[in-house]
Design a protein around this ligand. Structure first.
Ligand SMILES: *[C@@H]1O[C@H](CO)[C@@H](O)[C@H](O)[C@H]1NC(C)=O
Ligand SMILES: *[C@@H]1O[C@H](CO)[C@@H](O)[C@H](O)[C@H]1NC(C)=O
Length: 420
């Protein structure tokens, strides 16, 4: 009901500038093309993760943790499948899923039961935990700092370095304390893989806790980058954050209600705006992208990020290296004890590593993923997705993801468990 009210508000403002009323929402829902073929699309676009998972009959829990530097984060958990016989098995293997830039735990669930990785793993007997990085829709809290402050932007002064260095240890330590199990699988998509590399290199003592690391197009080097957004912002890196702060915009795409409204209005399959909508989310052409699902995808992503996450990737592009955030000479001296930031020491990433990449991935270039694999010390396998059109988001949302690689990945996870 609350969300509906916001929707009414936005529609009201956009259509007539009048105050919200029930008449408008009813007209919108009736005239919305998606409403004619699937009520679920509308509903799934608007439900938060716990309600979405519960709707499909799975057990779901939310767990709040606090990082060493004061950020309040929410993890979601699907402790077992819909009808598994072994729900109370205390030795169920644990898998932790970490989302990418601008995303959330919803990434691994939106395709629904039988198709989304989170549900598939739960049904196969895994205890599934899903992280939410600081600053996203579910983790927008701090002990002292206010994310909405207009004058003080300190909440937003973090990149994926902090996500790897503080958020991930907070999640993993909590899971260990809660379940009594210290070992787990780590699945990271894109920046989720980046944050894993940060953790495993800056805090190498965590390596022994990973049964395996499954990197789905993990971002690190950008030597072969062709992504238009990154190409455009890279030269502006040094002014990116100050310009954003000056405009009062440290948060990127944080307004979920607006995006949901936009998605429902313009991204339904029968809408004339649907091609524009598709081009916003998928830069290339993918056979795997299900356009019917666009309102659901856009209802949950983007889920917010800080401008510094972009700036840090831009620094990687500009310096052609995978190194810590460059704060400028004076702050670098204080934080790192040197004028320039150190590189992440990939030799310390000793967890058993499995890497997946796609040749049609326009966001994280497959040659950069291969470059990463060549530098990691314990790669058990680096696999190319066997489809010429598979793109970056298809790792999560591609119709063919299950057959093309989830099945194989889970077999490899089992093998790694048996090898313990
Ligand atoms: C849990 O049950 C499922 C389905 O019966 C089975 O495939 C899986 O191997 C079991 N997992 C464990 C850890 O026993
Ligand atoms: C696309 O999504 C719709 C709605 O969830 C679903 O009914 C359909 O089966 C999907 N198509 C494919 C190819 O997965």
């Amino acid at each position: 009901m609350f969300r509906l009210a916001i929707l009414v508000g936005l529609v009201g403002v956009a259509l007539a500038g009048k105050s919200p009323n029930a008449d408008i929402i009813e007209r919108m829902v009736r005239s919305h093309p998606g409403a004619r073929y699937s009520n679920d699309i509308l509903e799934d676009a608007q439900l938060d993760v716990p309600d979405l998972v519960a709707k499909y009959g799975y057990p779901v829990e939310s767990h709040n943790v606090e990082t060493q530097d004061g950020y309040g984060l929410t993890m979601h958990r699907i402790p077992h499948g819909r009808d598994s016989h072994n729900k109370s098995d205390p030795n169920k293997p644990i898998v932790f899923l970490m989302h990418g830039l601008l995303s959330s735990s919803a990434d691994y669930l939106l395709l629904g039961p039988g198709r989304a990785l989170g549900y598939i793993l739960a049904d196969l007997g895994y205890d599934v935990w899903l992280g939410n990085a600081r600053g996203n829709y579910y983790s927008r809290r701090h002990r002292r700092l206010n994310p909405d402050s207009r004058l003080n932007k300190n909440f937003w002064k973090f990149s994926w370095d902090e996500i790897g260095n503080y958020d991930l240890p907070a999640f993993l330590d909590y899971i260990e304390a809660h379940t009594g199990q210290s070992r787990l699988h780590f699945v990271g998509h894109s920046q989720g893989g980046t944050s894993f590399l940060v953790l495993a290199s800056l805090r190498p003592e965590y390596n022994k806790r990973f049964i395996s690391f499954q990197g789905l197009a993990p971002a690190s080097f950008f030597t072969h980058n062709e992504h238009p957004t990154f190409t455009r912002i890279a030269p502006l890196e040094s002014i990116l954050e100050s310009a954003a702060f000056a405009m009062g915009r440290a948060e990127v795409f944080g307004s979920r209600e607006f995006i949901t409204w936009f998605a429902l209005r313009y991204c339904a399959e029968e809408s004339i705006f649907s091609p524009i909508c598709t081009s916003i989310i998928v830069s290339g052409t993918s056979d795997h992208f299900n356009t019917t699902m666009i309102p659901v995808f856009l209802g949950h992503a983007p889920a917010g990020a800080s401008i510094r996450q972009y700036a840090h990737f831009a620094q990687c592009i500009n310096t052609d290296s995978f190194r810590r955030y460059d704060h400028g000479t004076l702050t670098n001296l204080r934080v790192y004890g040197r004028r320039t930031p150190p590189e992440y020491d990939l030799n310390k990433v000793t967890a058993p590593t499995y890497i997946y990449y796609a040749t049609n991935d326009k966001t994280v270039h497959y040659q950069d993923v291969r470059l990463l694999a060549s530098k990691l010390p314990n790669v058990k396998g680096a696999f190319q997705i066997n489809s010429p059109t598979f793109d970056h988001l298809d790792f999560l949302w591609g119709s063919g993801a299950k057959d093309l690689f989830y099945t194989k990945m889970i077999r490899l996870m089992r093998e790694a468990e048996n090898a313990l």
